[in-house]
Design a protein around this ligand. Structure first.
Ligand code: PHE
Length: 361
C-alpha cells in the first residue's frame, strides 16, 4: 500500500472519530464508539494496523509513527467521551452499562424500612420518663421464682404461680450447672425450689433485681417483654411489653405516684388526659391501685401501681421503717395502640410490612 493511501486512511479515521464523538451521549453510544474505533476484532484502529502491515518497508517508520499518533488521539477522544457521559450520570464513574441517572429529576426518599411501632413506643417512653428523672434499667426475660414471685410477696399457693398461667421452662435443676443453681439460691429466704425457671410474667421482677443491687435512693424504669399463656385475641397476646417504674426514697407518697403517672400521660397522650386510681390488690404493693387514663372521651385501663409492700422491702434487705416507695407497671402495647389507632394487638406481631410501614416515624 502506498504511503499516501495510508495517510488518507488515517485522516479519514480521525475525521470519523471526531464526528462520532458528537453523538456520544449515553452509556450505549459510548460503548458503540469504543467498539467502532478500538474494538479488538473489527475496530477501525485494528483495520488501520492491518494496512500498516502492507506499507512498503521504507515508509514503515513514518507510517508507524502516524499510526501511534492516531491511536493516542482515539484514546484521548474516548477519555473525553467517557467524561462527557459521566457528567450526565451525575459525576459517577461509569462502572456498568445501565440506565443513566438524571440528576434533574425530583428525588425520592429511599425506602430503608421503619422502626416497629412498639420499638418507637419504647423509645418514646424512655425519653419521657428520662425527663422525669427515671434511669432505664434492664432485667432478664428468663427468671427464677425468687424474682418473679417469692421476693414480690407472692406465696407458693397464690394462683399467679399456677403452672398453667406461666411459661415454666424444663425443670432447671437437672439441666443447670451446679454453680449457677447455687448463685440463684443465695438471697432466697423461703427455701422453695428456686432453681425453677420461667419466662417472666411481669417486669416487677426488675424491682427486686434493682433493689438488691442499687444504693438508695433510686428512681428507675424498666421496659421489656413479659410472657403469659393467654389465647391471642384482639387485646391479648402471649408475649407483650410492660413499663415498670420504681421510686424508693425516704418519704415517697401516693400523691407523687399520681403526679408522675399524670405527667407521663400528659406527655405521652397529649394535654387532655386525666388519671384515675381504682382500689385493687397486688401482693407486692399496699395500697394497690388500677391506673386508668381518661382520653378521647373514655376511661382506659393501662396497668397497676401502688406503694411498695413492707414485705418486699424486707425480702431485699431494705428497712421499711426508713424507706418508702412506689411502683407501677403499664402495658406498652395498650399505650402504643391508643396512640397509633391500632385496634388489634395481633396486628403488631404478624410481621406484615404492609401494616407496619404505615407507622413510619
Ligand atoms: N406487675 C403488675 C402486673 O403485671 C403491675 C404492677 C406493677 C402493679 C407494679 C403494681 C406495681 O399486672
Amino acid at each position: 500500500m502506498a504511503i499516501d493511501s495510508f495517510d488518507s486512511a488515517v485522516d479519514g479515521l480521525l475525521a470519523d472519530a471526531q464526528a462520532s464523538l458528537q453523538s456520544v451521549d449515553s452509556l450505549e453510544t459510548l460503548e458503540a464508539f469504543r467498539i467502532q474505533f478500538t474494538g479488538a476484532k473489527n475496530g477501525a484502529l485494528k483495520s488501520l494496523q492491518k494496512l500498516l502491515g502492507a506499507v512498503p518497508p521504507e515508509h514503515k517508520p513514518a507510517a508507524g509513527k502516524r499510526f501511534n499518533q492516531a491511536r493516542e488521539t482515539i484514546e484521548q477522544l474516548l477519555t473525553e467521551a467517557t467524561e462527557k457521559v459521566s457528567k450526565v450520570s451525575s459525576g459517577k464513574p461509569i462502572s456498568s452499562t445501565g440506565p443513566l441517572v438524571d440528576p434533574t429529576l425530583p428525588g425520592l426518599r429511599p425506602r430503608i424500612g421503619v422502626l416497629h411501632p412498639i420499638t418507637q413506643t419504647l423509645e418514646h417512653l424512655k425519653e419521657i420518663m428520662g425527663r422525669l428523672g427515671f434511669n432505664v434499667t434492664e432485667g432478664p426475660e428468663i427468671e427464677d421464682e425468687w424474682h418473679n414471685f417469692v421476693a414480690l410477696n407472692i406465696p407458693e399457693d397464690h394462683p399467679a404461680r399456677d403452672p398453667l398461667d406461666n411459661f415454666y421452662l424444663a425443670t432447671a435443676k437437672t439441666i443447670l450447672p451446679k454453680s449457677s443453681t447455687e448463685t440463684q439460691s443465695s438471697g432466697n429466704s423461703s427455701g422453695g425450689d428456686i432453681a425453677a425457671r420461667l419466662l417472666r410474667s411481669q417486669t416487677s421482677t426488675v424491682q427486686i433485681r434493682v433493689m438488691e443491687s442499687t444504693p438508695l435512693p433510686l428512681r428507675i424504669i424498666s421496659l421489656g417483654r413479659v410472657y403469659r399463656p393467654d389465647a391471642p385475641d384482639a387485646t391479648h397476646f402471649p408475649m407483650f411489653h410492660q413499663m415498670e417504674g420504681l421510686w424508693v426514697d425516704k418519704n415517697v407518697t401516693m400523691a407523687q405516684l399520681k403526679s408522675v403517672l399524670r405527667l407521663f400521660a400528659t406527655s405521652y397522650l397529649g394535654g387532655d388526659v386525666n388519671v384515675r386510681f381504682r382500689p385493687s390488690f397486688f401482693p407486692f404493693t399496699e395500697p394497690s391501685v388500677e391506673v386508668d387514663y381518661w382520653w378521647n372521651g373514655q376511661w382506659i385501663e393501662f396497668g397497676g401501681a401502688g406503694m411498695i409492700d413492707p414485705n418486699v422491702f424486707t425480702a431485699v434487705g431494705i428497712d421499711p421503717e426508713q424507706w418508702s416507695g412506689f411502683a407501677f407497671g403499664l402495658g406498652v402495647e395498650r399505650l402504643c395502640m391508643r396512640r397509633f389507632g391500632i385496634t388489634d394487638i395481633r396486628d403488631l406481631y404478624r410481621s406484615d410490612v404492609r401494616f407496619l410501614r404505615q407507622f413510619a416515624s
